[in-house]
Design a protein around this ligand. Structure first.
Ligand code: HEM
Length: 470
């Protein structure tokens, strides 16, 4: 599947993308430096799309979304990554960086306890690896009182936008989120099931088939693949949409017959253009790396769990294609397997909030003004027996801690609960169905390397696998 065909059918869009991509080059490097890897990868993807899309006139580029933002000089000067704090004291920072590696956090907890303090010169972060800490982080409340507010690095703010769901709070956040829910409803996401199925089949044909029998690095190709789907969902790109996701053009041309997120937002007529733009950028960035990571975790664990693979195949063999929403919902074993992948190596390590009011966690006082880091991945992984093992049946047992409130939170919770959960699960299940029905595979490297860098799970050796046809 190619989102942007090598020859663009028409268009104003070619020149716009090419000019913006040219301007963006060094900014992409800026992002890589900061390890804001997802932004960097998306920029490269867009540049390549521009290169493929070579037609066009000299239309103005007012509406280019990510590119305009990146080239508009809105970015803050280069300072420390992630939480934009003043210069740190070296020891704690090194410690902090080291803990991002895989599940070192769990080992650290054994050494230092579940609540750790990271002093910086002018500020302090508290990092909490416990269920109690997670509950406070997700609900933003302690003992019923609101104690946490949003906290994003200035660099992320600049890229995602000040009106991004991730950067707004309180009644503004509730209003925008309420308006966004219908744009990712079952009705909308269901439209993408068959697209995801055919896109997955095309992708397997293009990427896996030519590599049969040879070690092939899967992580990067999967990531690139997963960049395309949010762009389709959000902007309708490559589908019926008349233009490259442009708010003004879309409004002018009418979108009554379109059902992507942007068209739905325009039809609602309740969000400003800035609000819509920021949500689109947010969804594009939030929506691909996470999903790609889960698909790769699935590919990583399945060769070590042949009994699970067999059950997955059995379930899928009982479901005739093509898949639709009802068939997707009937994939209960597959859904439970995907949950296990999310538990085994949740794609999101942790999140940050700002302490707006002092509170206590794990017997420690957390003062106002501190930064609060709560951990999703490590807490969940630790919450079951035999955490290394993939056991989809865990989700069938109501007494399992995973099935208790806050027991399973890879998509977050509370007011900031992931907007794309439904879409993500559909994408992953439909992709895995296509994969397990066609191939067997083994690891080409003995010890696949995974790490959180900085907050999202990455396969640093690109997950080399060897596929054979079933
Ligand atoms: C397996 C895949 C995914 C995982 C594990 C995941 C995880 C998360 C988590 C943990 C949050 C909460 C952030 C916080 O507490 O501040 C979140 C928020 C969000 N996610 Fe996802 N996500 C995934 C896929 C997606 C997809 C596919 C989309 C879009 C189509 C998406 C869009 C969003 C948005 C817009 C938010 C912000 C919600 C808000 O602030 O109210 N995510 N996600």
């Amino acid at each position: 599947m190619h989102l942007f065909p090598a020859r663009a059918s028409n268009s104003a869009r070619g020149s716009r993308w090419i000019r913006a991509a040219a301007a963006v080059g060094d900014r992409a490097a800026w992002f890589s430096d900061l390890h804001v890897d997802s932004a960097s990868a998306l920029v490269v993807f867009l540049q390549q799309a521009a290169a493929a899309d070579d037609g066009g006139d000299d239309d103005d580029d007012d509406d280019d979304i990510i590119l305009r933002r990146i080239t508009a000089g809105k970015l803050p000067p280069k300072i420390s990554p992630l939480i934009d704090l003043p210069l740190p004291i070296i020891g704690p920072l090194l410690n902090f960086i080291m803990t991002l590696r895989n599940f070192k956090k769990i080992e650290q907890t054994e050494q230092f306890g579940e609540v750790m303090r990271i002093p910086f010169l002018f500020s302090t972060a508290i990092t909490v690896v416990s269920l109690e800490g997670l509950k406070i982080g997700l609900s933003c409340k302690s003992q019923g009182k609101k104690v946490l507010g949003t906290q994003q690095a200035e660099s992320i703010n600049a890229l995602w936008g000040r009106k991004s769901l991730s950067n707004i709070s309180g009644s503004e956040h509730s209003r925008v989120k309420k308006l966004l829910h219908p744009t990712v409803s079952v009705k909308i996401v269901a439209n993408y099931v068959s697209r995801m199925e055919s896109a997955s089949e095309d992708w397997l044909r293009d990427v896996v088939e030519p590599a049969l029998g040879k070690p092939t690095k899967m992580y990067e190709p999967v990531r690139r693949f997963m960049m395309e789907m949010p762009l389709r969902l959000v902007l309708g790109l490559g589908d019926a949409a008349p233009e490259v996701g442009i708010i003004a053009d879309r409004r002018a041309q009418g979108c009554d017959n379109l059902s992507d997120t942007l068209s739905e937002m325009i039809k609602q007529g309740q969000l400003t253009d800035e609000e819509m733009e920021d949500q689109m950028v947010t969804i594009m960035l939030a929506g691909y790396e996470t999903t790609a990571a889960v698909m790769c975790v699935a590919m990583h664990v399945l060769p070590m769990h042949p009994e699970v693979l067999e059950k997955l195949r059995k379930e899928q063999e009982g479901i005739d294609g093509p898949v639709d929403w009802a068939k997707f919902e009937s994939m209960t074993y597959m859904l439970n397997f995907v949950k296990e992948c999310l538990r085994h190596h949740g794609p999101v390590l942790s999140f940050f909030r700002t302490v707006t009011d002092a509170f206590e966690v794990g017997g420690y006082k957390v003062p106002q003004g501190y930064i609060y880091q709560y951990h999703l991945a490590a807490v969940q992984r630790n919450s079951v027996e035999q955490p290394e093992k993939i056991i989809p049946e865990r989700y069938e047992d109501p007494s399992n801690p995973l099935n208790q409130p806050f027991g399973f939170t890879p998509f977050g919770g509370g007011e900031y609960l992931c907007l794309g959960e439904r879409f993500a699960k559909m994408e992953i299940c439909v992709f895995l169905r296509a994969l397990v029905m066609r191939y067997n595979w083994t690891h080409a490297a003995e010890d696949p390397r995974m790490m959180y860098a900085p907050l999202f799970l990455h396969f640093t050796d690109d997950l080399p696998l060897i596929f054979t046809r079933l």
